[in-house]
Design a protein around this ligand. Structure first.
Ligand SMILES: Cc1ncc(COP(=O)(O)O)c(C=O)c1O
Length: 391
């Protein structure tokens, strides 16, 4: 047997036997996997529908047009006002493409800091985004919540051209309407990076960034339960100018940053969007949040300190230092006991990201497996037994 197939089988077994609480992971459907492993992996399709650099793209065009139409539909964005690009290879590329489409190198961006829940591509110094643009960062208050008045104060002083709303480790709902008001007060564009919460938005559980944001970027593989890839939705027109934002984004993605789109991934995105339009996806998104709230409640009852005291979404951030532990040690101990989480910085962390003070847990994957609130009680018990009694 091929060594790769052997490893693949081992990974399949691992995924089935662990309790996966990584909030950015999920289990895609058989049909999403089928599309990923389809013949579209054989096709080169540089360009966009109707403007390809290779022949033989009749069905590629049909596919990409259909997936784009679905992508706008799941986010409730009308094609009259919005465009969509489904080609970005990942969320990081989508964010870079969005910045480069509206800004010049050195321009000012205001985003959430990594330490307080933002992503690397929100201008961390080790990310190319932080090196190409001039970032200022906002964070959360001492209670762990975004303070919109504070963001306005920073924005008035910093005068960014673009504000980024969105996070990778923020357990509370984001108010995109308030972000829009802040952006308007300082004449900035607003970008929402909804990579983590896309499934909750599409499922109607969280406030949508549409119509507030000028640009919406998202990965498709987290709560949205699709393949690893990303999309950029944008208004055609911004700030009443003649500049066409959608066209600018298309050009930045290809040929600016990428070559041929991964059409098998785009096919799988289409399947995931079809699934997200089913009523069962609304139920799923609701259950993800119900499970996270229950897990948070039980962990608190067991003595864990949660950042912001709980959650509104699919993830929970725990400060494990109050138990005399560190994030890496806690994650390792849990893995040894079949529970997969990730170590994570917490707001005001004095430790480095490689060995931070917290762990991050989430419910998208276990909810896909059909788990409900009563299962969260059991999981919390196992986590407490692993971390509290042995610490
Ligand atoms: C908010 C946010 N934006 C962007 C990304 C980057 O996505 P990718 O890992 O696909 O590059 C992530 C991934 O964790 C994320 O959480």
């Amino acid at each position: 047997m091929s060594k790769v197939i052997e490893i693949l089988r081992k990974e399949e077994k691992r995924q089935k036997t662990v309790i996966n609480l990584i909030p950015s992971e999920n289990y895609v459907s058989k049909n999403v996997l089928r599309a990923l492993g389809s013949v579209f992996t054989n096709k080169y399709a540089e360009g966009k529908s109707g403007f390809r650099y290779y022949s033989g793209n009749k069905f590629t065009d049909e596919l990409e047009d259909y997936v784009k139409e679905l992508g706008l539909k799941v986010f409730g964005a009308s094609s009259k006002e919005y465009g969509i690009n489904v080609q970005p290879y990942s969320g990081s590329i989508a964010n870079l493409a969005a910045y480069l489409s509206v800004l010049k190198s050195g321009d000012k961006i205001l985003a959430m800091s990594l330490e307080h829940g933002g992503h690397l591509t929100h201008g961390h110094k080790v990310s190319m985004t932080g090196q190409l643009f001039s970032f200022s960062h906002y964070g959360v208050n001492t209670k762990g919540f975004i303070d919109y008045k504070d963001i306005l104060k920073i924005a008035k002083k910093f005068r960014p051209k673009l504000i980024v709303a969105g996070a990778t480790a923020y357990p509370r709902e984001i108010n995109f309407k308030k972000f829009r008001e802040i952006a308007d007060e300082v004449g900035a564009l607003l970008m929402a990076d909804v990579s983590h919460i896309a499934g909750l938005i599409v499922g109607g559980v969280h406030l949508s960034p549409i119509p507030y944001a000028d640009i919406v970027t998202s990965t498709t593989h987290k709560t949205l339960r699709g393949p690893r890839g990303a999309i950029i939705i944008s208004k055609h027109q911004i700030q009443k100018s003649k500049f066409n934002l959608t066209e600018s984004i298309d050009k930045t993605v290809f040929p600016g940053l990428q070559g041929g789109p991964q059409m098998h991934t785009i096919a799988a995105m289409g399947v995931a969007f079809e699934e997200a339009l089913q009523p069962s996806f609304k139920k799923y998104a609701n259950q993800v949040v119900k499970n996270a709230k229950k897990l948070a409640e039980e962990l608190k009852r067991a003595g864990f300190k949660l950042i912001s005291g709980g959650t509104d979404n699919h993830l929970i951030l725990v400060d494990v230092t109050s138990l005399g532990l560190l994030g890496k040690e806690a994650a390792d101990r849990l893995e040894a006991n079949g529970i997969i989480v990730n170590k994570n910085s917490i707001p005001f962390d004095t430790r480095k990201p490689w060995d931070p003070s917290g762990i991050r847990l989430g419910t998208p994957a276990v909810t896909t497996q059909g788990m409900k609130e009563e299962d969260m009680v059991e999981i919390a018990k196992r986590i407490a037994e692993t971390l509290i009694s042995k610490s």
